[in-house]
Write a protein that binds this ligand. Structure first.
Ligand SMILES: [Mg+2]
Length: 183
């Protein structure tokens, strides 16, 4: 890295971009309700449209799996540590940005360490300030709502997941490795 440092910031989301959280979420949902749902069936961003569960119970379950089953949450791809370092070596600052409840923060931090994921900063968002308001050049996110408010020159990369299949967006990737290849 040169003395002037990297010139661009790449913001990377955690849930469903680095961590394949919904695999454990659906498993926990099945255990609790006797259902047999898989991640691939979550075809809407609004899970309460797919399953008989209220938005507050959706987040409760989400917090519970991060607190109690975080070791079981798989990464979305192999060698995320190497991929994040490769992106950093290209001159990008890596900002990991995740909106969540405070109670899950230590577990997310441990999960990122466990997979040796590189970052220049780690931003936990607790309030409702849209991600698009934060400073970065490029964002990788699976949530259409985090991309539609982007104002150029900011660029949004959509991370492919069953719930965003029908969202039309010019840049879509299926892995972080694909992001590395685009940069
Ligand atoms: Mg996400």
């Amino acid at each position: 890295m040169s003395g002037i440092g990297p010139t661009k910031t790449l913001a990377i989301d955690v849930d469903s971009v680095l961590a394949d959280t919904m695999i454990v979420w659906t498993d926990e949902y099945n255990i609790r309700t006797g259902a047999r749902i898989s991640k691939s069936e979550i075809s809407s961003w609004d899970v309460s449209l797919i399953l008989p569960i209220s938005p507050s119970n959706i987040s409760c379950l989400f917090n519970d799996i991060w607190k109690h089953r975080w070791l079981e949450i798989p990464p979305t791809g192999d060698r995320l540590g190497e991929v994040t370092r490769s992106i950093h070596r290209k001159g990008y600052r890596i900002s990991i940005m995740t909106k969540r409840d405070r109670e899950t923060v230590p577990f997310v931090a441990k999960w990122l360490d466990r997979y040796d994921i590189f970052s220049d900063d780690l931003l936990f968002v607790y309030d409702d300030i849209p991600k698009s308001d934060y400073p970065y050049d490029i964002i990788v996110d699976d949530a259409p709502s985090n991309l539609i408010g982007l104002v150029p020159p900011k660029v949004g990369i959509l991370f492919d997941q069953p719930w965003n299949k029908y969202f039309r967006w010019p840049i879509r990737v299926g892995s972080l490795m694909e992001v590395d290849l685009l940069l």
